[in-house]
Design a protein. Sequence first.
Length: 187
Amino acid sequence: MTVNIEQHIEALVFASEQSIRVEEIMYCLQAAFGQDFSQQEITAHLNAIKTKYQNSTLAIELVKTGNGYQFLTKKDYHPIINQLQLQQSKKKLSQAAIETLAIIAYKQPVTKLDVEQIRGVNSEYSIQKLLEKELIVISGKSESVGKPLLYTTSALFMDYFGINDIAELPQIKDFTDTAVSIGEQQE
């Protein structure tokens, strides 16, 4: 069986989270195949890969960045990638937002004051962000003094977390049950 070193180099560049240096490629190939490769050989293969990805039908290219090589999208596709990054940034939740969302999910319907009493801090910003992301909704007004707004989780919350009903959320006892703990207990 003949080994296509170029494909292995391509796989290494693709799998690397950051740019990968020629020396790292040489080390990986030597460890995998038990033979030495020169820097010139690796560079020649990288140049061949670079030429292969210059094809206009491909959306990515091999780019030398700093001391290494990395696959990047071509400049023509930056606007669409920007849209993806905007969409994904909307999905990210801060720790405060996650705490707030958990309280709302487990205690719903709940007022902002209820959330703040549990968290011990002002939760207005987190609630506003969760409303913007449509993970929670205003479900009415409380009958208590001042008639504060009541918050519940939304249908998008169910989709986001892959559940069909609030009853499918893990129960608090599931988090405190020692039978489901990770690691060994200290005595």
